[in-house]
Design a protein around this ligand. Structure first.
Ligand SMILES: [Ca+2]
Length: 305
């Protein structure tokens, strides 16, 4: 690396290759705290905006934060772009795919906003799968905070083989707490009744609507009316993402559009995805994310006979 008045020159050489490569400055994308504030802050420390902005993506990615990732020139493993949607208008396209590297982990890619919690929040979103997922899927996630303390997390997700996704829970936990968490992070939240999970049946190529009355779902899950109001939630983090495992040809990809976070009207809103009601029961607190590593470690620790 050469430092000069007009900047740095970065030179690289592959092991065993004589020729040097000078990295052109154009390949370095600028990074600032505003691009991906989670690199410098815990999720709960981020300031909330008064309202969710640009939920229809007609102003491109404005108002949204995105994962900051290395993007290969060809066939990048991660895509998070606002594009012209199937059926017209702009929508967010998110893709995570496996890159065939032996050291790679399961991965996720996401867009998010931190918003002041409306009274009795209702989240609406339209979702269309770009293609059928394979050993992967996607989600809409909502984290609720009072000051910097996470009150709960809700995840409306689709896909397959959550069992082998060990780093997805860790990545989510890291963003919340700023330090390494267990692969059983989501399950542990469920045990404390702070993690709620709905597996929904997303159909490739079809726009489907998520209607989530956050307060009603929380009250029903906790079995107590007024439970949400008693939390004093101050801000919500709305996250749109796709994940996949480190398995051959694994992929998750989806379109997101018309994201809205409002207050419940006097008429109750029935929580649903694609017209199917979101059921609440003991399974709401359970998830398979991270279970593969939980089982593997239990086997390794079991006394040999
Ligand atoms: Ca749109």
């Amino acid at each position: 690396m050469d430092a000069a008045e007009n900047g740095l020159t970065l030179r690289g050489r592959l092991a065993g290759v004589d020729r040097e490569y000078v990295y052109p400055p154009s390949i370095f994308r600028p990074f600032s705290d505003a691009v991906e504030p989670r690199w410098m802050n815990t999720l709960g420390a981020l300031a909330a905006t008064p309202a969710l902005a640009n939920g229809a993506f007609e102003q491109g990615p404005e108002g949204w934060h995105a994962c900051y990732r290395y993007l290969a020139d060809e066939e990048p493993g991660y895509v998070m772009e606002v594009r012209e949607a199937p059926g017209g208008g702009n929508a967010l396209y998110v893709l995570t795919r496996e890159k065939g590297l032996t050291w790679a982990n399961d991965e996720l890619t996401e867009f998010y906003q931190v918003v002041a919690a409306p009274a009795r929040p209702v989240l609406r979103a339209r979702i269309a799968l770009a293609a059928r997922f394979k050993s992967g899927g996607g989600y809409v996630r909502v984290h609720a905070f009072r000051e910097d303390r996470q009150l709960f997390l809700m995840m409306f997700h689709w896909g397959e083989d959550q069992y082998h996704a060990n780093f997805v829970p860790r990545t989510i936990g890291y963003a919340v707490h700023g330090r390494q968490q267990s692969w059983a992070y989501l399950q542990k939240l469920g045990e404390k009744r702070e993690g709620m999970y709905w597996k929904v049946g997303a159909v490739p190529g079809e726009w489907q609507e998520l209607t989530a009355d956050i307060a009603a779902l929380y009250d029903e899950a906790q079995g107590q009316e007024g439970a949400y109001a008693a939390l004093g939630a101050e801000k919500l983090v709305v996250v749109l993402g796709a994940w996949c495992n480190a398995r051959e040809d694994a992929v998750g990809s989806a379109w997101f559009d018309d994201i809205a976070l409002g207050s419940a009207e006097s008429e109750p809103v029935r929580p649903a995805f694609g017209g199917v009601p979101l059921a609440v029961g003991p399974e709401t607190f359970q998830t398979r994310f991270g279970q593969g590593l939980v089982d593997q470690l239990a086997r390794e620790r079991a006394p040999r006979k």
